[in-house]
Ligand binder design. Structure first.
Ligand code: NAP
Length: 290
């Protein structure tokens, strides 16, 4: 049986650690960290993700503000609002929940966020700090994956890590972290990769962040590999009250027969993304108070 990498438990441990630090702040009459969440429009799955973030703030004792705007909000107004948050000393960090309505440029919005308050770690400056001596606020999902690897004492130095998916939010920054921070040999695959299986079969550590359920089957994985499944897709399931269930990119049932360790979906990487957001907000607060 492989080790099931329990992101839910590790995320709870992290939140408990942060809650203790916030309690100490409150006990000494200091204000707690404050996270703001901007939501534009009415994307269904976003509600679930935002609720998870608000619940995490409540659990650790952070102050939080939810700023909900209509889907018709202009890019200019959104950037003006972000400028206000950048200057607001009572807000330590904020996120703009994605996706945004199509008429708003995600890149423009992200680059209008002050890097020191960019607790999602999306800005060019924070991305560019990966692997440097002074890492800033790291992209939340890859940061969460690295924390899972660290807390499960998974050996990385000199190992071959294959990352499937090269997005700016997950695959690309994770590859850099594995290369620079974890000293792994890294192969990055994307949708133009020819014969994906020849690469995935070589992986000591296989990270999959694509969004295609069932993409990685047992025959594509080396015996004893560590498998991290970032994929989170809704698939129809009439046995569920909601009518859907969440599925990863990896055939969990089959691949877990040969993996040495594997993350489930849900309950693997997902909770760690929120834990990273909480860690980043704490760091942003501490930097502002240094
Ligand atoms: P994305 O922006 O759509 O990127 C997907 C990446 O996969 C791209 O690099 C794409 O290649 C690559 N790709 C597409 N088809 C492929 C194929 N057949 N073989 C190999 N690579 C392929 O998505 P993302 O934001 O990175 O998210 C990926 C998945 O992770 C999604 O399911 C998302 O919901 C999930 N996710 C989960 C969390 C969490 O907290 N659990 C957080 C973030 C994302 P190109 O670059 O060539 O297009």
């Amino acid at each position: 049986m492989p080790t099931i990498i329990d992101g839910k438990k590790i995320a709870t441990d992290i939140k408990n650690e942060i809650a203790d630090r916030v309690k100490a702040l409150r006990d000494s009459d200091e204000r707690p960290p404050h996270l703001a969440i901007i939501v534009v429009g009415d994307d269904g799955p976003s509600h679930t993700y935002v609720n998870g973030k608000i619940n995490a703030c409540k659990a650790v004792g952070f102050d939080y503000s939810l700023m909900q705007f209509a889907a018709t909000m202009t890019e200019q107004k959104l950037v003006k609002h972000i400028d206000g948050l950048n200057a607001d000393e009572d807000i330590d960090g904020f996120i703009v929940q994605l996706p945004l309505p199509e008429h708003i440029s995600v890149q423009t919005v992200i680059e209008s966020i002050a890097p020191k308050k960019d607790v999602d770690g999306f800005t060019n400056q924070n991305f560019g700090s990966i692997g440097s001596k002074h890492e800033l606020l790291l992209p939340a999902t890859p940061f969460g994956i690295m924390e899972l690897i660290r807390r499960y004492s998974i050996e990385t130095e000199g190992k071959h890590c294959v990352v499937v998916g090269a997005s700016r939010l997950v695959g690309a920054p994770l590859s850099l972290m594995m290369l620079e921070d974890a000293r792994a040999t890294v192969t990055v695959c994307h949708k133009y990769t020819v014969n994906l299986a020849t690469h995935t079969k070589e992986a000591d550590i296989l990270v999959v962040a694509v969004g295609k359920p069932g993409l990685i089957t047992k025959d594509m994985v080396k015996e004893g590999a560590v498998v991290i499944d970032v994929g989170t897709s809704r698939v129809e399931d009439s046995s569920k009250k909601s009518g859907f269930r969440l599925s990863g990119d990896v055939d969990f049932e089959e691949v877990s027969k040969i993996a040495s360790a594997i993350t489930p979906v849900p309950g693997g990487v997902g909770p760690m993304t929120i834990a990273s957001l909480i860690l980043n907000t704490m760091s942003a607060y501490e930097s502002a108070h240094e």
